[in-house]
Structure formats: C-alpha cells, structure tokens
Design a protein around this ligand. Structure first.
Ligand SMILES: NC(=O)C1=CN([C@@H]2O[C@H](COP(=O)(O)OP(=O)(O)OC[C@H]3O[C@@H](n4cnc5c(N)ncnc54)[C@H](OP(=O)(O)O)[C@@H]3O)[C@@H](O)[C@H]2O)[C@H](O)CC1
Ligand code: K
Length: 469
C-alpha cells in the first residue's frame, strides 16, 4: 500500500520545488526516470539501434517525453517524436531533442505512421499529464489507439493519457501502460490502474499533502502472537453466518480463512454446521444464529441464499451491536431491504460491506463505476459503512480515508475467493481493530496469499487459506 496525492496537492508541492530548483531541473529529473524505465523495458534488445517512439503533447508532459527521448538518443536509441499538435510544443525540449539527432513526425496522413508504430520497441506517452482532463481530444485519442494496438513496451509519463489523475476514471480511450513513471507523489487516480508504477522523486516535498495514507505496518500487531494469548476468547471471536444447502462451500471457505488467519475461536451458525465441523474441528458450529453465543464480530452473507430463511438470519445478525461484515447474498438482500442498513447507521454501529461491482451497482445504482475511487468514497459516506469495492485494484474507504490495494493477481476474481476474504476481514474485525484498518489489512493479506499461490503455480480459493500468513 502506498500514499497518494491529488493533483491540487502535487501542484502545491510543485510550486515550492519550482522556486527552489527551477523548471529545467525538475523536467530533467522527471525525464531521466522515464528514460531509465524505457531502457529497462528494452532489456533483451540491443540498446543502440532499438527504436523508441514518443507521443508528444503540447504541455510539460510532452516536454518530459522529449527530454527523455534526448537521453535515449544519447544512448544510441533511434528516437522519433510524434507531435500531436505541432503548433504547441515545449520549444526548449524540442530544440535539445533535435540537436541530439531525434526525428520528428507530424500529422496522421503521413503514410509511414503505421510502420512507425509497428516498429517501435518502446512507446513513451507524453501526450498529457496532470494538466489535462479526460476524455482525450480526437487527435490524441487516435495516437493512443495506435499505440495500444502495438506490442511495444509502453511507458506513461506521469499518468497514462486518458486517465483522470485524481479519480482514475477513463471515460474514453487511455494509454495501456506497462509502466507509469510518476513524479513527486503517486496521483490518486493511478492507484486503481493496472501496470507497474514507478515513483520518481524529482525534488518536491509532498508530505503535507497526503490524502490517502496507505501504510499497513500494523498488520503484525493485528495478527498477534498466539503464544501471548490469555485464552481462546481473549483476542476476539468471529461468527460466520454463511452457506446454504445449495452453497455449502461458502461456509467452509469463509470459516477456513478465519481459522487459519487467527486460530483463536471461530464460530459458525447456519445449515452447514456439521459440514463445517467436519472440515474445521476447531470451529464451534451451531444451526441457528440465536444459538451462536457471544462473538466480537460477525460475517454474514456468503452463499447463504436470498430466500426468507436467509433474510431471517441476516435480520438477526444486523441487529447485533458488534461489527458486522455483509458480503455476497447478504448484500443482495440489503439492496432489496435498505432499511436493514439504516437501522445500523442510526445506532452508530460498525458495518463493513464487501461488494464486487455487480453487487455495488445494485446497492448504489446511481453511483458511476467508471470512477471507482469516488464511487467507493461516496458509498461509504452515504452508508456510514466501510465499503470494500472488490476488483483488480480493490478500493477500501470509510468516506474520509481511502486505501487502494495493489496486492493480488488475476485468478483472485474466481469463485470462492470472496468468501475467503470475508473470513479474513471478519477475523481481523474481531480483534477490535478499527474497521477500515481491518478491511484494508484483510484485502492486502488476501492479495498477498494469491500472489504466493500464483508464484507456486497453484490457484483456487480453497488453497488460499494455507498462504494467508
Ligand atoms: N510535478 C512535477 O514535478 C513535474 C511535472 N512535470 C510534468 O508536467 C506535467 C503537467 O504539465 P502541464 O503543462 O501543466 O500540462 P500537460 O502537459 O499535462 O497538459 C497540457 C497539454 O494538454 C493539452 N490538453 C488539455 N486537455 C486535453 C485533452 N482532453 N486531450 C488532449 N490534449 C489536452 C493542452 O492543450 P491546450 O490546447 O488545452 O493548451 C496542453 O497542450 C506533469 O504531468 C508532468 O509530466 C514536469 O515537467 C516535471 C516536474
Ligand atoms: K502521459
């Protein structure tokens, strides 16, 4: 997890840095980092003689690309700059680039455009940075589309063009960066972007501007040391209300994650009690929520179905004073019966909601998911809950603070992994950890477990619990 900054914050820090160092120094440092990323992407190619294509817009982002191209040129790379708008270009950077032997191309009617893009080993996107708002204008969008269709290594300067620097929304076409080299501080809009992220310290101090401080140094403290526990109840009991005759697996997965993450006491309440105990003899299982006994946190919803019986179970859990995590079928039921959440809000009780995008859209139909950061923040403010919007970059927000998780891998979107995540977060909630911390740490650990499994050549939700810690 990393700290991120809005454009307004970066610009405030930048104005101080500009006074101290001057624009040329900042641009050179930025460009140097971009050139390094491009050279790293060219590894495997012979650097002298390899081809770089610069997409150059009219602002400083284009200037950065031209200076990076100048540095590459001096390393023997054949560099061509495509000027999106020849009437507006960073003059000083262009002069240096030409002096170093860079080539300039203007205009899409040029017949060699397709060859130019097709032959490039690396493409550097300096069309727009933080001074522009998407969608891209047609000329820039056309260049991005051409670039995205190639297999060249793609380096974005500061932010992939077409992506909103604050929100990550991409309302039109956007540059499909393999790596983004961003300057001074990570822009909040980058957090939810795929691809590698490199932060280049160009000499500005953004420390006063952090909006989303994402540090998970507290994870070891959350997990605790089993050897120091007074007894099995002392660091919190989680009760899982999940599963049904149709979906027994959800109960096993959810309980399993909780048992493996913090093997204190895990309770289960529901129709799969016998099955749960068969898999997890350490769990205390019962058929009904009312018979479950005291717990410090509740997880409700995975695989429980959406029938009357499920609604009855949900209603009992929702009434609990302890923190409640609602997932999966629980979320579907809440979207049909919104008063259930309102009753928790009115009493100031802690709730964590863990929707994927489909469930989110049912819960908050008016929120625009093309801007996932803002949608999650707004949902959290509106529901007085911690909202975990699952996806390739899971976003966790309580409305005031927002975390974006970058651990994980593609197959974590498969069936059952959400049940494991609920068990993990529920188990952390039972420690008494602040709900935002528990949710963010849970998502982080779950992603890490996925990465470890992937590295071991394995996949599948039921393997995840072995790799949680
Ligand atoms: N933060 C730092 O320390 C450093 C930042 N640098 C780089 O500077 C850019 C920001 O540069 P700026 O000149 O403010 O703006 P941009 O280059 O991002 O964008 C302006 C150009 O984009 C055109 N534009 C605007 N909107 C669109 C659009 N929707 N589609 C296409 N083009 C657009 C705009 O054209 P106008 O006609 O509106 O003028 C400009 O041509 C930052 O991101 C860093 O890369 C420093 O160089 C290093 C230090
Ligand atoms: K860019």
């Amino acid at each position: 997890m990393i700290s991120a900054y809005t454009v307004a914050g970066v610009l405030r820090a930048e104005s101080v840095a500009l006074q101290r160092h001057g624009p040329t120094v900042l641009m050179y440092r930025a460009a140097f980092a971009v050139a390094q990323a491009a050279l790293a992407g060219l590894s495997g190619h012979l650097i002298p003689g390899s081809r770089a294509l610069l997409l150059v817009g009219g602002g400083n982002n284009g200037g950065d690309a031209l200076v990076a191209g100048t540095i590459l040129r001096r390393r023997g790379v054949a560099v061509t700059a495509f000027l999106a708008n020849p009437k507006q270009v960073h003059e000083a950077a262009l002069a240096q680039f030409l002096k170093a032997g860079g080539r300039v191309v203007v205009g899409m009617e040029n017949t060699s455009v397709a060859t130019l893009f097709g032959r490039a080993d690396v493409i550097i996107d300096g069309l727009v940075g933080i001074g522009a708002t998407p969608p891209l204008r047609p000329a820039a969008a056309a260049l991005v589309e051409l670039a995205n269709a190639t297999s060249a290594y793609k380096v974005a300067v500061d932010i992939p063009s077409g992506v909103h620097p604050d929100t990550g929304a991409a309302p039109g076409v956007s540059f499909a960066a393999d790596v983004t080299v961003t300057f001074g501080g990570v822009k909040t809009g980058l957090l939810a972007q795929p691809g590698e992220l490199v932060l280049a310290a160009v000499g500005m101090d953004v420390s006063a501007e952090a909006v989303d401080a994402c540090s998970l140094t507290e994870i070891p403290g959350l997990l605790g040391d089993p050897g120091t526990r007074a007894d099995k109840y002392s660091d919190g009991v989680v009760c899982v209300v999940a599963g049904s005759t149709t979906y027994p697996g959800a109960a096993i997965l959810c309980v399993g994650a909780a048992v493996r993450l913090r093997p204190g006491m895990v309770r289960y309440a529901g129709p799969q009690a016998a099955e749960v105990v068969r898999h997890w003899p350490e769990a205390v299982a019962t058929g009904t929520v009312s018979g479950a006994g005291r717990s410090q946190a509740w997880v409700v919803g995975p695989g429980m179905g959406t029938d009357q019986d499920a609604l009855d179970r949900l209603t009992v859990v929702i009434d609990k004073p302890e923190p409640v995590l609602v997932d999966a079928d629980g979320l579907t039921l809440v979207s049909r019966h919104p008063h259930l959440l309102v009753s928790r809000q009115l009493r100031g009780r802690t709730t964590v909601l863990t929707p994927h995008e489909g469930e989110f859209a049912r819960l908050f139909p008016d929120l625009d998911l093309s801007d996932r950061l803002t949608a999650t923040r707004t949902a959290a403010l509106r529901s007085h809950a911690v909202v975990v919007l699952k996806g390739s970059a899971t976003i966790i927000s309580d409305g005031a603070h927002t975390f974006v998780n970058r651990t994980g891998c593609g197959w974590l979107a498969s069936a059952g992994t959400g049940d494991v995540l609920s068990g993990v977060i529920g188990s952390l909630l039972a420690t008494g950890a602040p709900p935002l911390t528990a949710a963010a740490a849970g998502v982080f650990l779950h992603g890490l477990a996925g990465e470890r499994l992937h590295a071991a050549g394995l996949a599948g939700a039921s393997q995840l619990w072995d790799h949680l810690r």
